[in-house]
Design a protein around this ligand. Structure first.
Ligand code: 8X3
Length: 241
């Protein structure tokens, strides 16, 4: 069983109808809500895995010109929200690992960080800083849980085209958001990231994917993005022959 949380209840209801997941709407920047989330999860059964997907980017202004309020929002959500949930859920994860019938009894913490936590870029400001902080926090956690059967997995996506991520970053400017993905042959989708998470979780329990960077084939690096169709060298010539 999966328990999903997010701020918007209507979106969660759609998810519940589509997947059968249990849902609880709320805000992980709020202590009381996270306690309620933990209690709900505990009532529903063993918590075998925690998947942290908090990832808001607000604005593209420079470090000098960006607002403290945007930075606070991003740190609250991407770093402190994730930390809060990890702290709340660790006792449940330990209990689940202890009673697991798996060949290698274990529990999992998967956190979706970002390539933005590894490669800096102008205009990334607060978002880059939060994702670097989040990735560092997960690295520290992996060390701290040394000796315990808990896998700590960091999945760092590159370019993913979702409905809202870039739109929010561009403050609702749809044209600028669309321009970012213009001509890119298959940016990653939310489903691709879900499949990657599933892949890491399905590996045998003693296999810990520490860090996994996942990008579309069209994006070789943060600054090497191919626009236009992906074509095999020589393919045009052969096709024309
Ligand atoms: C999003 C990836 O390339 O916008 O987490 O920084 S990128």
């Amino acid at each position: 069983m999966v328990l999903a949380t997010a701020r918007r209840a209507d979106r969660l209801e759609e998810l519940a109808a589509e997947t059968g997941a249990e849902v609880l709407a709320g805000d992980i920047t709020d202590d009381a809500f996270v306690a309620e989330l933990r209690d709900t999860a505990s009532r529903l059964g063993e918590v075998e895995a925690l998947v942290n997907v908090a990832g808001g980017a607000f604005g593209t202004e420079s470090v000098e010109e960006s607002s403290i309020a945007d930075w606070q929002l991003m740190f609250e959500l991407n770093v402190l929200g994730t930390k809060r949930v990890i702290t709340a859920f660790l006792p449940l994860l330990r209990a689940s690992a202890a009673s697991s019938a798996d060949e290698f009894p274990h529990a999992d913490i998967v956190t979706v960080t970002s390539t933005a936590g590894r490669v800096i870029y102008q205009g990334g400001g607060g978002y880059v800083a939060t994702k670097a902080a989040e990735a560092a926090m997960i690295g520290v956690l992996r060390l701290e849980l040394g000796g315990e059967p808990i896998r700590v997995i960091d999945i760092a996506p590159g370019m993913v085209h979702t409905e809202e991520f870039t739109l929010k970053r561009m403050r609702g400017d749809g044209a600028s958001a669309d321009k970012l993905y213009e001509g890119v042959d298959h940016p990653l989708t939310a489903e691709d990231i879900a499949a990657t998470i599933q892949l890491a979780l399905q590996l045998p329990g003693h296999v810990n994917v520490d860090e996994l960077v996942v990008r579309p084939v069209a994006q070789r690096e943060q600054f090497q993005l191919h626009r236009g169709p992906l074509v095999m060298k020589g393919a045009t010539k052969e096709a024309g022959e």
